[in-house]
Design a binder for this molecule. Structure first.
Ligand SMILES: [Zn+2]
Length: 320
């Protein structure tokens, strides 16, 4: 009997060592917008380290109205008001300055509280030049046209640089460059202690972009995936297949997403880990034709097999 008690006591530690134990969630994700343009609400992902009071937005294509909608659905149990949810956002991580990724941030800014906008230098520059410039909108930032209202503090992130702490969130972030039809886009690797979550902005496949950005990103995160510390990858699949390469405009389809993930799979070298890794698919562009592209993309991902694809739904809560 003593042996059995001993084994019972030892089992959780053994499971932890072998990685077989189901680990407690490390991140909470609420997608506020999952569309890739044409129809609102567009890309915005509210990410919080489990147990923390403040989190971040990875992109902010939509904000105020979508927060209200998520509140009505009970996604913010501890927050009574929109203002409280807005206040609980410590920083905006902006992948690129296209409108479908920043419109919510600009529109909600008059009601916002002081925050950091964390992005690669060219992205911050584009926000300062094209939105907060007293022409498109009052200058809510601390750069560019005077007077500077300095509600937002721009923080330039060094690509691939050491993790930068995000005050009050328990998380740090590392930015990696992506190629989006030749213009700069970003993947943010968020870390909560030993655990990580990857949030990508718009990106084309390396083969079409003539780039190695995705390859470099996969190389950077493969060790985390191998160790079971990568809790998910938020990534786009903008159009259903087939799309001629010349008409991808810096985006992925299910087949291209599958090819890119096969590259990551090769680097991870552990199919059990790779199969379990949540691939959180988003930024689907509503179709011009009558058939729903969301249905088509979902079916095509399913047909790819192997990977753990989860097509994100707006206003749902995901524990990762
Ligand atoms: Zn976009």
């Amino acid at each position: 009997m003593r042996y059995r008690a001993y084994a019972r006591a030892l089992l959780p530690a053994l499971l932890l060592l072998t990685g077989a134990a189901p680990s407690a969630p490390a991140f909470d994700l609420v997608p506020l917008g999952v569309n890739g343009g044409v129809e609102e609400p567009t890309s915005a992902y509210h990410i919080t380290a489990r147990g923390a009071r403040s989190g971040v937005m990875c992109d902010a294509g939509t904000l105020a109205a979508s927060i209200d909608q998520a509140r009505r659905r009970g996604r913010y149990p501890r927050a009574a008001s929109r203002q409280e949810v807005m206040t609980s956002i410590s920083a905006y991580l902006i992948t690129h300055a296209h409108l479908d990724h920043v419109a919510g941030l600009v529109l909600a800014s008059p009601d916002d509280t002081k925050k950091d906008i964390m992005a690669l230098a060219p992205v911050n520059q584009a926000i300062a030049d094209h939105y907060f410039n007293w022409s498109a909108w009052p200058n809510m930032g601390d750069r560019g046209a005077s007077p500077r209202l300095a509600l937002y503090h721009y923080r330039d992130l060094e690509p691939g640089g050491p993790p930068t702490a995000i005050a009050g969130t328990g998380m740090s972030v590392t930015a990696y460059r992506l190629s989006h039809a030749g213009s700069p886009s970003t993947a943010f690797l968020l870390q909560n202690g030993s655990e990580a979550l990857l949030c990508l902005g718009d990106t084309g496949p390396d083969a079409v972009e003539g780039s190695t950005r995705l390859n470099e990103l996969w190389r950077a995160v493969a060790p985390l995936a191998r160790q079971g510390r990568l809790r998910g990858i938020v990534i786009e699949a903008s159009y259903p297949d087939p799309v001629p390469d010349a008409r991808l405009y810096g985006h992925l389809t299910p087949s291209w997403l599958g090819k890119e993930l096969q590259t990551l799979r090769g680097m991870v070298g552990d199919d059990t880990r790779m199969k379990a890794l949540p691939i959180l698919v988003t930024h689907i562009k509503p179709s011009r034709t009558s058939r729903s592209s969301r249905v088509d993309v979902s079916r095509q991902l399913k047909d790819l097999g192997f990977f753990n694809f989860i097509v994100l739904r707006q206003g749902r809560a995901y524990a990762l």
